[in-house]
Write a protein that binds this ligand. Sequence first.
Ligand code: T3D
Length: 259
Amino acid sequence: MTDGLRVDVDGPVATLTLDRPEALNALTVELKVALRRELERIAADRAVRAVILTGAGRAFCAGQDLAERERPDAAPLDEELRERYNPIIRALRSMGQPVIAAVNGVAAGAGASLAFACDLRIAAAEARFVLAFGRIGLVPDSGATWFLPRLVGAARAAEIALVGDPIPADEALRIGLVSRVVPAGELMTEARALADRVAAGAPLALALTKNALERSWSIELDEALDGEAKLQGIAGASADHAEGLAAFREKREPRFTGS
Ligand code: T3D
């Protein structure tokens, strides 16, 4: 591991750890390339049914590595976003497996955006979110302006993005930015327990659910109803649906295969 990303696959759960603790896991080109590559690889791996994204040391991720940005050969900002950041966000949103952000510490700039783009967020009590862009004269990116209003509503999103005060974990829980806050020492155990529960679900149905939730933001109710009927047709024809019915009938846990 020289690119700053640690990948651990244990049973049906892949854990991706941003691992540059000396720079609060700030995102270098190498780390972004590795993260995109691993997300795309995992998306195609049917054996992986849930993903945990976390950070090593005291931070989740401090966003763009600012030392690298000051290098004369750094790519222009818009190019860096199009070529490196946006594909990571798209990969997180398009992969069928649910992704859990285990936010162990500060999540700043694009590091906060990464957490926002995950399907579920649980945080250590010490975690905080910092929309740090304004302090360096930039606009929120990597999906932050899209995710934030959807996660916490327009008024709070505006306050977070325009005022820029750090959001501590308890506040993040209160406004719905994270769904659980746990003591730091329990974060990974909790994240794994959550991942195991997700991984026990029917993979196709979960992927379709993730897709339907995503689409719901840009369509009217009528289209959503039609869409649900279509997706239910697909899920209903799956072997996993038959297995779910059999398990119910036989009063046992289902064993889903993803087919
Ligand atoms: O390509 C592009 O630029 C486009 C994409 C942009 C997306 C973005 O993410 S822009 C936003 C970039 N991120 C930031 O502006 C956050 C900068 N960091 C901070 O504001 C603070 O470090 C934190 C609020 C995250 C944490 O504060 P604190 O007091 O807990 O820690 P610290 O002392 O500031 O940092 C500890 C070390 O990490 C320190 O190094 P040192 O002095 O011990 O050698 C610091 O320089 C380093 N560090 C923190 N953030 C970054 C970083 N090094 C490189 N890049 C960073 N982003």
